[in-house]
Design a protein around this ligand. Structure first.
Ligand SMILES: [Zn+2]
Ligand SMILES: [Zn+2]
Length: 445
């Protein structure tokens, strides 16, 4: 027994030393390449492209992966709107038997006029889907994700002796519009390329100090569904309501009636948000209009809850219109758009990654964070939780600023803000270190 104990103690020490040495070599490789990643980051930041239009960004990412020896395929993605090109990129590296691990980055930026004043701030303007020229900015940090992704690809090609399996680096377009992952899947992603055993991604966040990563086991982000509703009435003169069926009043009643979906129809243990983000009707003071148009967003974690909420919305709008005496042939028109699924971080996968993160970054730099009702289309790659997936948060803010923000209660510029400015160097270092360690954990020999 004693001998076994001593032997196992020796093995533990040896394993610890090997891990320690491996960590040192990864740290040294990262420091060696950091300056070049910084320059890649600034180049990408200064050249953002809108969703559905990521042509140059995708070509750049594809070329970099090709240089590293990956088998690269471009132009992946089929949208429902046939006028848009799919700019998805998949880069595969086979390295012996073992699991297939998908690492994902996004390519797109936002219609935001950058106000950071940084020397590498974006000056870019381009036409959006409607043909209107807008300013463009990487206000969600997808430039940080791409650079960490390319750095990770580089580290893993150099560390091939330490992993076995198939590495699948995937750059997706149109995350901000929520249709990029679906477009890649519709283009037979998992038939033309290996179907992954695990899919992982990161997202930067101003709420966490640079140098840290955050994790959320289970549901981390909500599904998002957009709904257009046209409430039709019978218009007329504003002085003669008795000759009309006023859709403005019906719309007002509908908005209030919606509030009971969350408060009276839903379990308090299932988070739901129903927001009316837009309501438009009428042209002037004394005309009762023919219709009012509303745009809603619904957020839920669970699919069955989403289905029930969507059915409730439809039932309520029809009921309110009927009770106002609107004839059936003038009933409301409800259109539910293609949405984004919830992001579920498979708890066992999270647990494995947390161990790897703690070893790479130190226990104090790996923190559990609560889920949010924002959404992401990364979960689509998990095919409704059939493939274990995890997205983790990458801290991007100066620790002193986070401290002040927590003390004063004044939030730092958030994602999608014109002032969002991650601290590049330490965030890249942590992004590459965390993602590389995550893949090595899943594919270790
Ligand atoms: Zn975003
Ligand atoms: Zn984003």
């Amino acid at each position: 027994m004693r001998k076994i104990f001593v032997l196992s103690a020796v093995l533990t020490v040896l394993a610890f030393n090997v891990n320690g040495q491996q960590q040192q070599s990864l740290d040294a490789m990262i420091e060696r390449d950091l300056a070049s990643w910084l320059s890649t980051y600034k180049t990408l930041h200064a050249a953002p492209e809108l969703s559905h239009r990521e042509e140059k960004t995708a070509a750049f990412v594809a070329a970099e992966l090709r240089k590293l020896g990956f088998t690269v395929t471009e132009h992946i993605g089929k949208y429902q709107n046939a006028q848009w090109n799919g700019y998805g990129v998949v880069a595969v590296m086979k390295n012996g038997p073992g699991p297939t691990v998908l690492v994902r980055t996004e390519l797109d930026a936002l219609p935001v006029d950058e106000k950071t004043g940084l020397p590498y701030a974006s000056q870019v303007k381009m036409k959006n889907d409607a043909g209107v020229e807008v300013s463009v900015m990487h206000a969600c940090g997808h430039d940080m994700h791409m650079t960490s992704f390319l750095g990770t690809a580089r580290m893993l090609t150099e560390l091939k002796s330490r992993w076995s399996g198939t590495l699948m680096m995937l750059a997706q377009p149109a995350e901000e519009t929520g249709d990029g992952a679906a477009a890649m899947l519709r283009d037979n992603l998992y038939a033309n390329f290996p179907k992954p055993d695990f899919a992982i991604a990161l997202h930067d966040t101003p709420g966490l100090e640079t140098g840290k990563v955050g994790y959320t086991p289970g549901y981390a982000m909500a599904s998002a569904t957009s709904i257009d509703i046209k409430i039709r009435g019978v218009g007329g003169h504003g002085s003669a309501p008795e000759t009309t069926k006023d859709p403005v009043v019906v719309a007002a009643q509908f908005v209030m009636a919606l509030q009971t979906i969350v408060s009276r129809e839903n379990s308090p243990l299932d988070p739901v948000v129903v927001t009316v983000g837009s309501i438009h009707g009428g042209t002037r003071y004394n005309i009762i209009p023919d219709e009012v148009n509303l745009q809603l967003t619904v957020r839920t974690y669970k699919e069955d809850v989403k289905r029930r909420v969507l059915a409730s919305i439809e039932r309520i709008v029809r009921g309110v219109a009927a009770s106002a005496g609107i004839p059936e042939d003038r009933g409301p028109i409800v259109k539910v758009a293609e949405g984004t699924g919830a992001t579920y971080n498979e708890p066992q996968l999270v647990e494995r990654l947390v161990v790897a993160f703690k070893q790479a970054l130190g226990e104090e730099n790996v923190v559990k964070v609560p889920p949010i009702m924002a959404s992401e289309d990364f979960g689509n790659f998990g095919l409704d939780q059939k493939i274990p997936t995890t997205i983790f948060w990458l801290g991007a803010s100066d620790p002193a600023k986070v401290k002040t923000s927590r003390e004063t209660g004044v939030a730092l510029p958030g994602l999608h803000s014109a002032l969002f400015a991650p601290v590049p160097e330490p965030t890249l270092r942590t992004g590459v270190k965390a993602m590389t360690s995550a893949v090595l954990e899943l594919m270790k020999k």
